[in-house]
Design a protein around this ligand. Structure first.
Ligand SMILES: Nc1ncnc2c1ncn2[C@@H]1O[C@H](COP(=O)(O)OP(=O)(O)O)[C@@H](O)[C@H]1O
Ligand SMILES: [Mg+2]
Length: 254
């Protein structure tokens, strides 16, 4: 990154920040994600969302921080292998129970309870939900309501006689965001965007619920990748898209 740009932002680094692990990003956001924030990382397929998440968890391992990676993809071993290929070998961290890759079965009625139980179980400081998009679109079934305050509203709204898709969807997302907020961890939620879209999340709601929004994008004709910080709570940041590169070691701002 250009030295003048780095110096300009470096002066303003503040405490209570969680390093992202993305080379060149932390200096642009005053030292990292705000502690205990929920961060939305959006982008089309292949834009680097999952790699961003690997990097974030791997960064935590440097301080022995416990990380959880929740996925709706059954092929968890494939994800771990994908991470290893790009330079993030989680094998020993998994053995030492510092990192857990957990598959959430979207066809199971208990998915929300399972997810919340995992999120709220002791000790995680970094949590990933990669991606939220299928969850935002599925019907909800909730039995155990202990941890979520407005669950009765969710249940009534999910009544089949109810016609209102949008409120139901919003409550779905609220449930997930509430659980992450209660956990007091610093988390990343990813959202799949259609290629070439100008929206910030697939569901159109997550960007309002999240504390920050990071957009990953690419321009196939120019063979260029970009990252943009669209919003971040309590943070002075540039809105200008920054050029990035993906390689061994993950994403790097040029
Ligand atoms: N070793 C590598 N070197 C350079 N680019 C890579 C490498 N491995 C993967 N990529 C790029 O990263 C993309 C996958 O990133 P990923 O984080 O899985 O995207 P997303 O989760 O947004 O779909 C691939 O499509 C490819 O363009
Ligand atoms: Mg992915």
């Amino acid at each position: 990154m250009d030295v003048a740009k780095e110096m300009f932002y470096r002066q303003d680094q503040i405490s209570d920040r969680v390093k992202t692990g993305i080379e060149g990003l932390d200096v642009l956001i005053q030292g990292g994600f705000p502690k205990r924030s929920i961060n939305l990382v959006s982008g089309p397929p292949g834009s680097g969302k999952s790699i961003f998440c690997f990097q974030f968890l791997y960064e935590g391992l440097k301080n022995n921080e416990k990380g959880l990676y929740l996925t709706l993809d059954k092929k968890v071993d494939g994800i771990i292998h994908q991470a290893k290929k790009i330079g993030f070998d989680f094998t020993s961290a998994i053995e030492n129970k510092l990192v857990k890759f957990q598959y959430l079965n979207i066809n199971k009625k208990m998915i929300y309870e399972n997810m919340t139980n995992e999120i709220l179980s002791e000790g995680y400081t970094r949590i990933i939900l990669d991606s939220i998009s299928p969850l935002a679109e599925m019907p909800i079934f909730i039995k155990n309501t202990d941890n979520i305050p407005d669950i009765s509203i969710i249940n009534s709204a999910s009544d089949e006689s109810s016609n209102s898709q949008l409120p139901v969807r919003r409550l779905h997302l609220r449930y997930i965001f509430d659980a992450l907020e209660t956990s007091e961890t610093t988390s990343i939620v990813t959202s799949e965007l259609p290629l070439g879209s100008t929206i910030l999340s697939r569901d159109g709601i997550s960007e309002f619920l999240a504390d920050s929004v990071i957009l990953l994008n690419f321009d196939p004709t120019m063979d260029r990748r970009k990252i943009s910080v669209m919003k971040m709570r309590n943070t002075k940041h540039t809105l200008k898209p920054q050029e990035i590169e993906i390689g061994i070691g993950g994403l790097r701002i040029l």
